[in-house]
Design a protein around this ligand. Structure first.
Ligand code: NAD
Ligand code: IPM
Ligand code: MN
Length: 350
């Protein structure tokens, strides 16, 4: 029997619902398999926890997580706790502390989904830098609450951080028999960070001469996502650009509730973390209508990462089957079903 310890951080709002659903599906997959067991260890870290304890996770939070095989996270953030506290004290410290420097986000129109775009040939990945850049968290407020108030938000781009993510993008293309890598830049305006990003991109691409390597300014690239998604294969982007592009990517699939995210520490020194790209959706929290597909897809990415590829494809096949049948789906993609009904259908399809 193979055993995997999965630490769960359901978090806030719909994060709780979608993690419950992922656990049900993973448990069913484990029963069907017979030789794989998941030990799910839920952690209460959330905004509710913060209001009781004044911290989003305990001081030794990373140590508590360190010995697991993977982390599955729902969503963090809720009215009552400022977002820059909840995210800066829980989600981002895990990504950075565990050196999960790759945030892999597929943008793929699954069978049965319909895109708001005319062009439905959508199947590419965004490889988002996940450990530094615009998210470095450093800055300064000068003369607060005076007419001279001046706020500085820094970005930090290191050679190590920039080179490894760009190289990862080319290696990803190579390992997946893809030949195109697109870099998201904005070196016309960001005269330090993105000029440096472009320089490193040019250096790395010279090691991959048989690949078609291009770059576009992020504004033009956002338009290109809409106009020519079929021309994209691998997109590599900084932390903030990758964040924005992937909500756009998910919207191209019909809903922000669809897309998954794998926060990877490729060296395997620390656990990796899997989550949907969406947030806690306070506007629909407690209504039981959150789309669970993003989280189920994230769970499938986790199974791939744990080298349980058969289980992962069974799960994605079942999700696709339900989407294709079309009669059980949540309201965000035009249905009337609840979160639980969608998962029940996925379990039945398994
Ligand atoms: P959001 O993703 O929570 O919601 C945006 C819109 O999409 C809302 O209308 C919501 O109802 C809808 N939506 C999101 N997920 C859905 C799903 N699974 N099914 C159906 N509809 C869905 O983004 P937001 O409103 O900007 O953020 C809300 C909170 O979540 C904030 O506190 C934010 O900081 C946090 N957040 C957390 C994460 C994370 O933990 N990884 C990610 C994004 C936002
Ligand atoms: C995401 C989220 C986070 C991010 C927020 C909540 C800090 O939007 O995972 O995409 O920007 O990375
Ligand atoms: Mn985001």
């Amino acid at each position: 029997m193979q055993k995997f310890t999965i630490k769960l951080i359901p978090g806030d709002g719909i994060g709780i619902d979608v993690i419950n659903e992922a656990v049900r599906v993973l448990q069913r997959l484990s029963e069907l398999h017979g030789g794989v067991k998941f030990d799910f260890q839920p952690l209460p870290w959330s905004c509710e926890y913060y209001l009781k304890t004044n911290c989003m996770m305990p001081q030794d939070g990373l140590q508590i997580l360190a010995d697991c095989d993977s982390i599955l996270l729902g969503a963090v953030g809720f009215p009552g706790v400022p977002d820059h506290i909840s995210l800066r004290e829980l989600l981002l410290p895990i990504r950075v502390g565990f050196d999960q420097y790759v945030n892999l986000r597929p943008v793929k129109l699954l069978p049965g989904l319909s895109s708001p775009l005319k062009n439905e040939a959508i199947d590419f990945v965004v490889i988002r830098e996940n450990s530094e850049g615009e998210y470095c968290g450093s800055g300064e407020i000068k003369s607060p609450d005076t007419p001279a108030e001046t706020v500085i938000q820094n970005s930090v781009f290191t050679r190590k951080g920039t080179e490894r993510i760009i190289r990862y993008a080319f290696e990803y293309a190579k390992n997946h028999r893809l030949h195109k890598v697109m870099s998201a830049t904005k070196s016309n305006a960001l005269n330090y960070s993105m000029v440096f990003w472009d320089k490193v991109f040019a250096e790395v691409k010279s090691d991959y001469e048989s690949f078609e390597a291009s770059q576009m300014h992020i504004d033009a690239l956002a338009g290109y996502f809409i106009m020519h998604p079929d021309r994209l294969q691998v997109v590599v982007a900084s932390n903030l650009f990758g964040d924005i592009l992937t909500d756009l990517g998910s919207a191209m699939l019909g809903s922000i509730g669809i897309s998954p995210s794998a926060n990877l520490n490729p060296e395997g020194k620390y656990p990796s973390m899997f989550e949907p790209i969406h947030g806690s959706a306070p506007d629909i929290a407690g209504k039981g209508i959150a789309n669970p597909v993003g989280t189920l897809w994230a769970a499938a990415m986790m199974l791939d990462h744990l080298k349980l590829e058969d289980m992962s494809s069974k799960l994605m096949d079942a999700v696709s089957k339900v989407l294709l049948a079309g009669n059980v789906r949540t309201p965000d993609i035009g249905g009337k079903s609840s979160t639980t009904e969608v998962t029940d259908a996925v379990i039945a399809a398994l």
